[in-house]
Design a binder for this molecule. Structure first.
Ligand code: FES
Length: 188
């Protein structure tokens, strides 16, 4: 049996060919993962409509006026509006928070449903700690100044946070970061 021993230069040549083909492969993959493919597809007749249908958009909904908000007093609202089980609250924390809006970056909004098993968090706001909880089911508490991350308890996921926008003295919900408990798609 012949055993071919490759020289260093042959190995170098082989490795450069491999990296070239890896590069081509990555380029194709990157292209497919990039928005470019969506742009190309969306310019093809008939496919544009399908692409539009696949990308659902959150509605922009007025949820309160700035003058309605009092520090440490949460206000409940439904969002997205076509989701009957989804309840959120908005609260002015009185201290800066991740994702906070307003002059002091202290206005935030989160789901009222615990991210562990959907326990109802209504009425569990703790002004002294700027926290929500403990959840009545398994005692998880969430930090509202840090994007709803878990302080303690059984939950492993942060509380879903509503994205907000302020315009003309009004506050609008424009989306949700994180999956609302019990939903496979926040928009239904
Ligand atoms: S449902 Fe809230 S901690 Fe389990």
């Amino acid at each position: 049996m012949d055993i071919k021993i490759e020289t260093e230069s042959e190995l170098d040549e082989q490795s450069s060919k491999n990296s070239e083909s890896d590069h081509l492969c990555m380029s194709r993959r990157s292209f497919l993962l990039s928005g470019s493919s969506a742009i190309v597809l969306s310019t093809m007749p008939g496919i544009a409509a399908a692409v539009k249908l696949a990308v659902k958009e959150y509605p922009r909904v007025k949820i309160a006026s700035l003058k309605d908000l009092k520090t440490d007093v949460p206000i409940d609202f439904s969002y997205p509006p076509n989701n009957p089980v989804s309840s959120f609250f908005i609260v002015k924390l009185g201290e800066e928070a991740g994702g906070g809006l307003g002059k002091n970056k202290d206005i935030v909004s989160f789901s009222n449903l615990c991210s562990h098993m959907g326990g109802p968090l209504h009425g569990t706001y703790k002004p002294g700690h700027k926290a929500m909880g403990p959840c009545p089911l398994h005692l998880t508490t969430f930090d509202l100044t840090r994007h709803g991350m878990v302080i303690s308890g059984h939950a492993t996921e942060a509380l879903p946070q509503a994205r907000l926008e302020i315009s003309g003295g009004n506050i609008y919900a424009t989306g949700v970061s994180g999956l609302i408990y019990g939903q496979h798609d926040n928009l239904g």
